[in-house]
Design a protein around this ligand. Structure first.
Ligand code: A3P
Length: 319
């Protein structure tokens, strides 16, 4: 299988500029019934056309700001747990986004060939909705781990993240109330948010051996049970010896917000995210449940909760 060294992303410019556009903190465009950041669309389109998965690829997927960085750290550390001593672990000197790439960003940057060079089994990430994943991914037997978060907290987190990422280009911050309102309307990055989670939820019920659905809040509350679920899903559960030896706790500690946030690499380095350069420290802000209370009024929260509840009704999913 070959992935073109440089996917011809510019070929999509004309199509992208013809799509409906809205302005949140960044321009978003409607493509195949969903809204995406304009700068992410060339990558998404190129993936749909050119990406060649391997059957043993593991995909980590999320709505943005739902705990992707944490999931990358946990999945990478769990999957490579016999490769590195924890005191000389790659995550001590690399950001989780350096060890688990976003395929969207690599394709957008014309660097898809880097994916070919990765040894199997690869761990890859994307924010794409399930219905937009190419058949090559959904029918090739790849495993998917999805992380879901209270949409209100994800919206707050994205607002802070976008403000930081666009600070150099914009003098004024996009108003939070309007940002939140657009999320309620579904005219929002990778949205509607409820569809994003619902698509993966349904797939996790249909193919539980291939799609694992995790929740950010549950992981914070019960990290050990969730990391054990993750290892089992990967087909490599922790042995009794590992459990007795405290391996699960060591992984949780290494990947914890407090630990990662304080590492030099995460205080100083940066990432290319589509068209923006983003400081690594913007991926570690508060790491808490319920920060929406510091930004949204109870009425705003009720509105989004009500919409989400209605849209998820009967699915068995609550977020
Ligand atoms: P906040 O902005 O609410 O603090 P993503 O990784 O999908 O971009 O999501 C970023 C959110 O996850 C941020 O939320 C960030 O602080 C939080 N986060 C990052 N690393 C974490 C970790 N190790 N444990 C818990 N939360 C983490």
């Amino acid at each position: 299988s070959t992935t073109p060294a440089a996917a011809p992303v510019q070929d999509y410019d004309e199509l992208i500029s013809s799509l409906p556009v809205e302005q949140t903190s960044i321009p978003i465009r409607k493509y195949q019934n969903f809204w995406f950041p304009e700068g992410h669309l060339p990558g998404i389109m190129a993936i749909r056309q050119h990406f060649k998965p391997r059957p043993d690829d593991l995909f980590l997927i999320s709505f943005p700001k739902s705990g992707t960085t944490w999931l990358k750290a946990l999945a990478f550390t769990t999957m490579t747990r016999t490769h590195y001593p924890l005191d000389r672990h790659p995550l001590l000197s690399l950001n989780p986004h350096d060890v688990v790439p976003f395929i969207d960003d690599l394709f957008a940057a014309g660097q898809a060939s880097k994916l070919e060079a990765l040894p199997s089994p690869r761990i890859l990430a994307t924010h794409m909705l399930y219905s937009l994943l190419p058949d090559s991914i959904t029918s090739s037997g790849c495993r998917i781990i999805y992380i879901c978060r209270d949409p209100k907290d994800a919206v707050v987190s994205l607002w802070h993240f976008s403000a930081k990422a666009t600070a150099a280009k914009r003098k004024e911050c996009f108003p939070f109330d309007k940002f939140f309102e657009m999320a309620c309307e579904g005219n929002f990055s990778y949205s509607p948010i409820w569809d994003h989670s619902l698509e993966y939820w349904k797939e996790s019920l249909r193919r539980p051996e291939k799609v694992l659905f995790l929740k950010y809040e549950e992981m914070l509350e019960e990290p050990k049970a969730n990391v054990k679920r993750l290892a089992e899903f990967l087909g490599w559960p922790f042995s009794e010896e590992e459990e007795k030896g405290g391996v699960v706790e060591e992984i949780i500690t290494l990947c914890s917000f407090e630990k990662l946030k304080c590492l030099d690499v995460n205080k100083k380095g940066c990432q290319e995210v589509a068209v923006f350069q983003v400081a690594n420290d913007s991926f570690f802000r508060k790491g808490e449940v319920g920060d929406w209370r510091n930004h949204a009024s109870p009425e705003m929260a009720q509105k989004l909760d009500g919409i989400v509840r209605e849209k998820l009704e009967g699915s068995g999913l609550t977020i």
